[in-house]
Design a protein around this ligand. Sequence first.
Ligand SMILES: [Zn+2]
Length: 321
Amino acid sequence: MNKIKILIVLIFSLVFSYCDIPLNGNNKTETPDFKADSAYNYIKNQVDFGPRVPNSKAHEKCAVFLEEKLESFDAEVIIQKGIVTKYDGEQLAIKNIIAQFDPEKKDRILLFAHWDSRFIADQCLDTNRINSPIDGANDGASGVGVLLEIARLISKNKPNIGIDIIFFDAEDQGEPSFLNKMSEKSWCLGTQYWCENLHRKNYTAKYGISLDMVGSKNARFAKEDNSRHFAGYLTRNFWKIGQDLGYSNYFIGELQKGILHDHVFVSQMTGIRSILIVEYNYQNEKGFGDFWHTHNDNINIIDKNTLKAVGQTVLEVIYRE
Ligand SMILES: [Zn+2]
């Protein structure tokens, strides 16, 4: 082949290979379909270990399960171990379980939930049972189950943005309500530990989304006041996307009073503006469902339709980035 022919072949192959690149300039990756069955199984897996109270065998075994699951989804996993002090002085050995997807990407979103379950059923009416720990199928395991399913889907079909998923420990080991002390710092101990010891130097994310109690039947989610304060646009956008997807029964127009939760510490201590998606029950003065911090918070209250509404909305938010 002479030089001119080679040049022509080169030009043609360049043109044709260029044609393989989408020309619409829209790089949006298609949003995967959230599988509620899969999320439900991940919740059941956790509950089957028993209550995940720090310093217990069930807690230890569940940590291994979560780590191995995330590794199976090709995440780079970091287990951040620490010792924190419970309100009564007990030292808790905690593990924050951190999964990084595409850690080289600069733009990131942080998704988080707590994986421990409460050591006491202090909202239980049966005083004989107050001191035994709860399953926390909804309070703890549901947020983790939804995020595990999201991790599975991300591993198959990467969004444009980097994702970090953190399962925080020791969120729910705070002072019992009957002590009436309202010591805010006795809650979210794992999150506070992480905020003071970030897994990567100068770690930051565009924003954060926290999930808790996202699995009970006919759950309602209202815009929570601290979320509006820290990330008003994100809160409005999340609700709008949920409603546009057809989940208006879940993402209602009402407002919910501010709740002390992991998103408050993350927003205040790291500057990563974060919102909380948590069940809201206006008929109950506690603001949550009747199951909350009782033994009724077990696998029987988990409903796949609720998991689907929440999981699909989170996916849509991150795949629109
Ligand atoms: Zn919780």
